[in-house]
Design a binder for this molecule. Structure first.
Ligand SMILES: *[C@@H]1O[C@H](CO)[C@@H](O)[C@H](O)[C@H]1NC(C)=O
Ligand SMILES: *[C@@H]1O[C@H](CO)[C@@H](O)[C@H](O)[C@H]1NC(C)=O
Length: 436
């Protein structure tokens, strides 16, 4: 993994030498000092490479159009968050948490994990994965480490970062709509299930805020009812799935309003992925082909098969993931909205310039986890994340919010459950790193 990561980092350096940097990354100084990424395979940049799972993409033809080749990205080229990083003028791609070491964590990390969801059990039939609760534990570890590097400058640093959260697809596609493996659709109506998802998601986002996040992008879900895995004809989509996803999207947009009202030191935005991708998919049949572009087994490309050559003419790369050209459409309109309702209440280009998240007298905001940083036991390894009950463990419930609808007891029990699961995932990860 370390080798792959070096290849990713070596790329911008090589380009610099070649003198092509402006073409790829633009010339402007970076808009943010750091970028932290949460989610699933739509954002993963290699976190699943060392896990025991079928959800892997570190083999050809994945990465065929990515300069460093296959890295664990579930597409032919760059992911949406890679492209957003470029729009912001970042000097390199954000490394996966699993491979990042040392001071590079100051510039951000990618915690996303293929097949993961908001719910811990989502995606379990595919194998190991890092669900949102565990991604947040990992981020807490990062914040502790940053605290040891930056001391009392930690909160000031973290609030200038951009945080991307693009999650929920798998809670529907490899949980609710997969009744052979998951009982949720027998137990819950789609409204009840969405309520539960949103309640959990809301607690997770509050945790993210408690770790110092102040500029947060929430991606809505794309029209997954049009995925090639559903084997519908090119101009057809599963309307029941798409309307369920729109129910979720509407609730996420409401969350954005709630957060922005209740957390006056933070700004959350919503990306209308559904609209952006739907508009583009409606060009299918005339111009874009639906796909998949690679030879598939279930969701993923078969290893070492030769994919289609006209990759810019396909919307989907494998049976479940968009091609780079579709990622470009989404990243472009998320960064600079093309239509007024592409983003809400502003696009990423405005969010990164927004100064309302930096109130006068700055440096005052508390960061749970960051505070106890200097007393945290030194440890150089990922295993440190298991100590989540440590210095930062008691301060994850922010106190500044009046009338917040979700009880702190519920948040605490969710947290305990998350930490228990974390122990299990750690053990499995450790065993798999030994090659067991
Ligand atoms: C969809 O995306 C492709 C690739 O960027 C672009 O050429 C096309 O114009 C888009 N179509 C629509 C309807 O947005
Ligand atoms: C951090 O601590 C130093 C030394 O005590 C102080 O000079 C500086 O102003 C502090 N910075 C912040 C952002 O509080």
């Amino acid at each position: 993994m370390a080798v792959e990561w070096r290849r990713v980092v070596a790329l911008p350096l090589t380009l610099l030498v070649v003198g092509n940097l402006q073409l790829i990354w633009g010339n402007a100084a970076a808009k943010v000092p750091c970028f932290f990424i949460f989610g699933d395979s739509l954002s993963d940049s290699g976190n699943n490479n060392g896990l025991l799972t079928l959800a892997k993409a570190n083999y050809l033809p994945y990465g065929i159009d990515f300069p460093a080749g296959p890295t664990g990205r579930f597409t032919n080229g760059r992911t949406t968050v890679d492209l957003i990083g470029e729009h912001m003028g970042l000097e390199s791609y954000i490394p996966p948490f699993a491979a990042a070491r040392g001071p590079q964590i100051l510039k951000g990390l990618n915690y996303a994990s293929g097949s993961a969801g908001i719910l811990d059990e989502t995606g379990q039939h595919v194998g190991d994965r890092i669900p949102m609760d565990i991604q947040l534990n990992n981020h807490q570890t990062t914040v502790l480490r940053i605290g040891r590097m930056l001391g009392n400058e930690t909160a000031g640093h973290l609030k200038r970062c951009l945080y991307s959260v693009y999650v929920g697809s798998n809670d529907y596609m490899i949980n609710y709509y997969m009744p052979a493996f998951y009982p949720t659709s027998q137990a819950y109506s789609i409204e009840q299930f969405t309520d539960a998802l949103i309640a959990q998601y809301s607690r997770q986002l509050m945790r993210l805020h408690s770790y110092g996040a102040r500029k947060v992008v929430l991606f809505g879900l794309s029209p997954l009812g049009c995925l090639p895995i559903l084997h519908l004809s090119t101009d057809k989509c599963a309307d029941n799935i798409n309307s369920a996803l729109q129910l979720f999207n509407g609730r996420v947009k409401s969350l954005v309003d709630e957060f922005n009202k209740n957390l006056n030191d933070a700004k959350f935005i919503f990306i209308n992925t559904f609209q952006i991708v739907s508009e583009n998919l409606s060009a299918l049949g005339t111009k874009m082909k639906k796909g998949p572009c690679c030879g598939v087994r279930e969701m993923f490309c078969l290893p070492y098969t030769v994919p289609c050559t006209d990759r810019n003419g396909f919307a989907y790369w494998d049976n479940a993931h968009p091609t780079e050209v579709e990622n470009k459409v989404l990243a472009g309109r998320a960064y600079s909205a093309q239509n007024p309702d592409d983003t809400y209440p502003m696009d990423i280009s405005h969010l990164v310039e927004d100064t309302s998240t930096q109130p006068a007298g700055g440096g005052g905001s508390q960061v749970a986890g960051g505070e106890g940083a200097s007393t945290a036991p030194p440890s150089g390894d990922v295993v440190e994340a298991g100590q989540g009950e440590g210095p930062g463990g008691t301060a994850t419930t922010p106190t500044a919010i009046n009338g917040w609808p979700f009880g702190t007891a519920a948040a605490a029990s969710t947290r305990k459950l998350g930490l228990k699961c974390w122990g299990v995932v750690l053990a499995i990860t450790y065993l798999s790193s030994l090659g067991v």
